[in-house]
Design a protein around this ligand. Structure first.
Ligand code: DUC
Ligand code: ZN
Ligand code: ZN
Ligand code: ZN
Length: 484
């Protein structure tokens, strides 16, 4: 059966033009005028864009004594409802656990996905087993990205020693290291101090994680990556200090990427001043929301290209789960939702306001990350041969975001009450129409794991530079006589 998307305007990361799109067997088979097929989807007045890719989600994630409440079924359904056709989740071995054993657990959880997905592998400890298994993960399991937490001391955090070793291994395997960049040692001390002083509410979460600690850790990760010649991807870049470190590294010729979240772009730290404990706690995530100056910096990064990707870090906890932190903000499960709202919010606050163009919208929600993850042009493209992961975007459709009508399994929405204009008329996952406006036609289990090939191992430029500046061995005749 063939499907034709008819009468729309194709918008990609670099082109805008009128054409129909013909789909067969889950792939795009023809692009051009006046196409016909067995089934027609009317795209009149709409933009036909590559489906969104959210490279940062935590579905059914074991974290802070509980599990995030959206699983692969509800999470991917929420994504599709908002135009996102692929997610990348984080496989998190507990410290000491085999990477392959953890991956098996993630494989089991993901079988109910409605849309395609992939995994990043987290490095939560270091040892010969991890070193060996990284190669299997890259060469046999289709994963070319390794995440490192520089925060969450005593749980997921790795130190500089471990990061240096792991980054070196990434470089040799052609994999991309990722970092959650916050100085976890200092955060832990600030948390303890705030609690001791009686600051136990959700606002103290933000006080314990200032922007400077993110900037320092981002810069440190960049220096370590540069020392081994590895590229680097900084997840949830939330502040000017981190952005500045990324800008500087890029200007110096390093392949460093930054990923702001839609939450940090559109919500600020005044949310934590809300007298309603639940309101503030529902917005506890790491890094926390920042002030408007940081927001301006992130928008500027998207405009100039110094930041490349907009994600969500979707990690949804119910109000009941959040309440385990009453009386101690360090026990509030960290995380917010956003999978369903990322694209409508970015369109409304980015494209409709003139901050970014439609083509930039496609770049930062889909194409750039497809390239960074090495799945372009199978994903992130409207091209013959690409997967038919497509969103038919109606720039006139509008709604007010509300938990009452969302797909996510939790009981609130951090964007509650925001009016958005620009929503999917249709969302297609490999040719299957999963969303038709407000009608949900998702198919549980339709999603497939997308394997990602490694990049060539790095890095000629840096190796040469190292050769030029290789340390000279100084010949000495012996140890100087004592007495100095
Ligand atoms: N930050 C969150 O808020 N939740 C999940 C993990 C993270 O780094
Ligand atoms: Zn993180
Ligand atoms: Zn995360
Ligand atoms: Zn179908």
């Amino acid at each position: 059966m063939t499907t034709v998307i008819k009468g729309g305007t194709i918008v990609t990361a670099d082109l805008t033009y009128k054409a129909d799109v013909k789909i067969d067997g889950g792939r795009i088979v023809e692009i051009g005028p006046n196409l016909s097929g067995d089934e027609t989807l009317d795209a009149t007045g709409c933009y036909v864009m590559p489906g969104g890719i959210d490279p940062h989600v935590h579905l059914e994630m074991p974290f802070m004594g509980t599990y995030s409440s959206d699983d692969f079924e509800s999470g991917t359904r929420a994504g599709l409802a908002g135009g996102t056709t692929m997610v990348v989740d984080f496989c998190l071995p507990s410290p000491g656990q085999s990477l392959l054993e953890a991956l098996q657990m993630w494989d089991n959880k993901s079988t109910r996905a409605n849309a395609d997905y992939s995994f990043h592998m987290a490095i939560t400890w270091w040892g010969e087993q991890v070193f060996d298994e990284m190669e299997i993960v890259v060469k046999e399991k289709g994963i070319n990205t390794f995440k490192h937490f520089m925060a969450y001391k005593g749980a997921l955090m790795v130190d500089d020693d471990e990061m240096f070793s792991s980054f070196q291994r990434c470089a040799a395997l052609g994999a991309l290291p990722l970092v959650h960049a916050e100085n976890g040692d200092v955060v832990a001390q600030m948390q303890a101090k705030l609690l001791a002083e009686g600051n136990n509410g959700p606002e103290a979460h933000a006080y314990s994680r200032p922007a400077e600690l993110e900037g320092e850790a981002t810069n440190r990760a960049i220096i370590i990556a540069n020392a081994v010649g590895a590229p680097l991807y900084v997840v949830h870049t939330s502040c000017e200090q981190a952005h500045e470190a990324i800008r500087r590294a890029r200007q110096n010729g390093m392949r460093v990427y930054g990923e702001p979240l839609i939450q940090h772009l559109t919500l600020d730290d005044s949310e934590y001043a809300n007298p309603d404990w639940d309101h503030a706690a529902r917005r506890v995530m790491s890094p926390p929301f920042r002030n408007k100056l940081h927001q301006d910096s992130l928008w500027a990064g998207l405009q100039s290209g110094s930041l490349q990707v907009v994600a969500t870090d979707h990690c949804a906890f119910t109000t009941a789960q959040k309440r385990t932190g009453v009386g101690d903000f360090t026990k509030i499960p960290n995380g917010t939702g956003g999978l369903e709202d990322r694209m409508p919010m970015l369109w409304t606050y980015g494209v409709a306001t003139g901050r970014i163009t439609m083509n930039e919208f496609v770049a930062v929600t889909s194409t750039n990350i497809a390239k960074i993850l090495n799945i372009y042009p199978r994903k992130g493209a409207i091209l013959v041969g690409a997967d038919a992961d497509i969103v038919v975007w109606d720039p006139k459709r509008s709604k007010t975001i509300s938990a009452a009508s969302q797909q996510s399994a939790i009981d609130y929405n951090v964007f509650e009450g925001k009016a958005v204009t620009g929503l999917p008329r249709y969302t297609l996952t490999r040719g299957h129409v999963a969303i038709e406006e407000t009608t949900i036609k998702t198919r549980e289990g339709h999603g497939q794991f997308i394997a990602r090939e490694p990049f060539p191992a790095v890095s000629s430029a840096l190796t040469k530079w190292k050769e030029v500046t290789a340390p000279r061995k100084v010949q000495r005749s012996g140890i100087p006589a004592s007495g100095v």
